[in-house]
Ligand binder design. Sequence first.
Ligand code: HEC
Length: 162
Amino acid sequence: MRTLLILSALFMLAACGGQSDATKLLQIQIDSLQKKLNDTYKPGLGEFMLGIQLHHAKLWFAGTNQNWSLADFEVKEIGESLDDIKKYCTDRPEVKSISMIDPGISSINAAIQKKDLQLFKKGFIELTGNCNGCHKNTQHAFNVVIIPTALPVVNQEFKPSK
Ligand code: HEC
């Protein structure tokens, strides 16, 4: 009986030793995965903003050409970038102000729904004001967004297809 006890104690010790080796190995794997995660490329806030800038300009030409399908697509692209910012730019305190853009997005959506050019133009001015409002709020007032004065690209049709 005594021998059995000693034997099972030894066995448990060995088992514990084995487990801690496995735990160490797992920890090494976790550390290396963590390092890979930390080194994964994530676009920065400025890169998302460049994308939003382009969609903002395309939205203007889609809407003023009453190409409502394209306008709807462009405003959704802005929405996706905003979602990505919330997901990937959590290290940027400015992101707390991101909902400042919501009223402009809602107005644009309403105008697209009603296919109303005048409402669209009003909504676009509001949206652009929201962009600048957030820039002011986040010490980036020098980034001034305006209503586009020229086509942002020359290789895309903005008029609705017949
Ligand atoms: C969180 C509030 C916020 C909102 C809303 C916002 N921006 Fe920005 N924007 C920023 C911040 C912060 C920066 C600076 C990013 C950086 O550090 O690179 C920026 C930068 C920019 C830049 C400069 C990018 C460059 O590298 O030249 C442009 C252009 C821009 N935003 C356009 C827009 C447009 C267009 C809208 C609206 C459709 C908009 N932004 C809405 C906060 C915002």
